[in-house]
Ligand binder design. Structure first.
Ligand code: MG
Length: 384
C-alpha cells in the first residue's frame, strides 16, 4: 500500500490523480490533501477519500471547510503551515506535488526534507529551485518521479539505460493554438483565443504558457535538472498530434519514444505506480485511426519565450527565478487584458536584462529575485 499526500488536490492534476487512485483502492491510500481556495471541492474529496489531514491555502475559507468536515476524524488546517504539514505528513511516503506556480516550490522542499518520494507535477520546483531540490533529494535519498507527460516519457525511455549512452533528448510540443499563425496575427491574440488549446485541457496559466511556448521552455529547464543533461543536448520539436510525448536519442543513433493518446492520467498513474506499471488503460492508442504523425521545427522568431527560457537556463542561478516570476506576472497581465500577447516575451526579456544574477543562490536569494522581478513589473505596468 502506498500512502499518498496530494498538494493541489482541487486543481487539474490533483483531480485526475484522485481518479487514478480510485481505480486502485487496494494499492493507494490518501493520507493528506491540500487545496488552494475551492473549499467545497476539498471538503467533498475529504469525505470521499477520508484523509487524516486536509489543508486549505486561503485562510478565509478555513471556517467553512472546518464546518463542512465537523464530526469526521479529519484534522483541518490552513495557510503555508497547513500546506507544510500535508507535505511532510509522517504516514505518507509519496507526495504528489501539483500546486501550480512558484507557490508549489516550498512544499516540495518541505516534502524532500522529510524524506518523501515526490511525484512531481509542479514545474517551478525544478525550474526555479532545480539545484537545491536535486541536492536535497540526493541527501535524503528521495526519488523524484516526473508527472509532466514529456518528462514521464523520457523517464520511461531511460529506464535501464546508461547516462553515457544518451546523445540527446527531444521534447515534443503541440505548438499551441498559434503554431501556424503569422506574426501580424499573433500580435492581436486575445486571452480567449489562447485558452482554446487544441489538445490538452488545463488551467489558464499553463494554457497561456503552452501558447507562448514558455511551457516548453520551462520543460527544457526541468529536463536539464531531472536528467542531468547540458542544454545543448535538449532539443524541441513541434508535434501537433501530441501522441509521441518525447524521445531519447542514444549514441548509436537509435531513438526510443513513448506514445499514447494525450491523457494526463497515464503519466500520473505511471508516477504513482513506479517502479511498476498499473493495469489500467484510460485511452487506447489506435495507430491506424491516427493515420499519420507530423513534425516541424518550432518557429522561434514568433515564439521568443522558448529561447528566453534556454537563455535563463544557461545563465542559471537567480536568472531562473526571474524568468519564472516575470512570466507569471506577465501572463497575469495578459489574462487581465492589460498587455498584448507579444508583451509577455518583452516583459520577460526586460526583466532578465535588468537583473544581476547571483550564481549560487540559496532559497532566500531565489525568493528575493522573484519578489524584485514582480515589483519591477508592477511599477512598469502602472506607468503604461
Ligand atoms: Mg508537459
Amino acid at each position: 500500500m502506498k500512502n499518498i499526500s496530494i498538494l493541489g488536490s482541487t486543481g487539474f492534476i490533483g483531480r485526475q490523480a484522485l481518479e487514478v487512485i480510485e481505480a486502485f483502492p487496494e494499492r493507494f491510500s490518501v493520507k493528506a490533501l491540500a487545496g488552494g481556495k475551492n473549499w467545497q471541492l476539498l471538503a467533498g474529496q475529504a469525505k470521499l477519500y477520508k484523509p487524516e489531514v486536509v489543508a486549505i491555502s486561503e485562510e478565509r475559507h478555513f471556517q467553512d471547510l472546518k464546518k463542512a468536515l465537523s464530526g469526521l476524524r479529519i484534522k483541518v488546517l490552513f495557510g503555508d503551515e497547513g500546506i507544510k504539514e500535508v507535505a511532510s505528513f509522517p504516514s505518507s511516503n509519496l507526495v504528489l506535488a501539483s500546486i501550480v506556480g512558484v507557490a508549489g516550490m516550498l512544499p516540495v522542499i518541505e516534502a524532500l526534507k522529510s524524506g518523501k518520494d515526490i511525484a512531481l507535477a509542479n514545474k517551478e520546483a525544478l525550474v526555479v529551485g532545480g539545484k537545491l531540490v536535486n541536492a536535497l533529494a540526493e541527501k535524503n535519498k528521495s526519488k523524484i518521479i516526473p508527472v509532466d507527460s514529456e518528462h514521464s516519457a523520457i523517464f520511461q525511455c531511460l529506464k535501464g539505460e546508461k547516462k553515457e549512452d544518451v546523445r540527446r533528448i527531444i521534447l515534443t510540443s503541440s505548438g499551441g493554438p498559434f503554431r501556424d499563425w503569422d506574426s501580424k496575427k499573433i500580435k492581436k491574440v486575445k486571452a480567449e483565443d489562447a485558452l482554446n488549446h487544441p489538445t490538452w485541457k488545463m488551467g489558464n496559466k499553463i494554457t497561456i504558457d503552452s501558447a507562448t511556448l514558455m511551457n516548453k521552455g520551462f520543460e527544457v529547464i526541468e529536463a536539464h535538472w531531472l536528467f542531468g543533461l547540458d542544454y545543448s543536448r535538449i532539443d524541441v520539436v513541434i508535434h501537433p498530434q501530441s501522441i509521441i510525448h518525447s524521445l531519447v536519442e542514444f549514441t548509436d543513433g537509435s531513438c526510443l519514444a513513448q506514445l499514447s493518446p494525450p491523457d494526463m492520467r497515464l503519466p500520473i498513474q505511471y508516477a504513482l505506480g513506479f517502479p511498476g506499471r498499473l493495469p489500467k488503460i484510460w485511452k487506447a492508442l489506435d495507430l491506424v485511426k491516427l493515420g499519420s504523425l507530423t513534425f516541424e521545427e518550432p518557429r522561434r522568431e514568433n515564439f521568443p519565450c522558448l529561447d528566453l527560457a534556454y537563455r535563463a537556463g544557461k545563465t542559471g542561478g537567480t536568472a531562473l527565478a526571474v524568468v519564472n516570476a516575470a512570466n507569471e506576472a506577465a501572463v497575469d497581465l495578459f489574462l487581465k487584458g492589460k498587455i498584448k500577447f507579444t508583451g509577455i516575451a518583452e516583459i520577460i526579456e526586460k526583466s532578465l536584462e535588468a537583473h544581476n544574477t547571483v550564481k549560487n543562490p540559496d532559497i532566500e536569494d531565489l525568493i528575493e529575485a522573484d519578489r524584485q522581478t514582480r515589483n519591477r513589473i508592477k511599477k512598469g505596468s502602472k506607468i503604461k
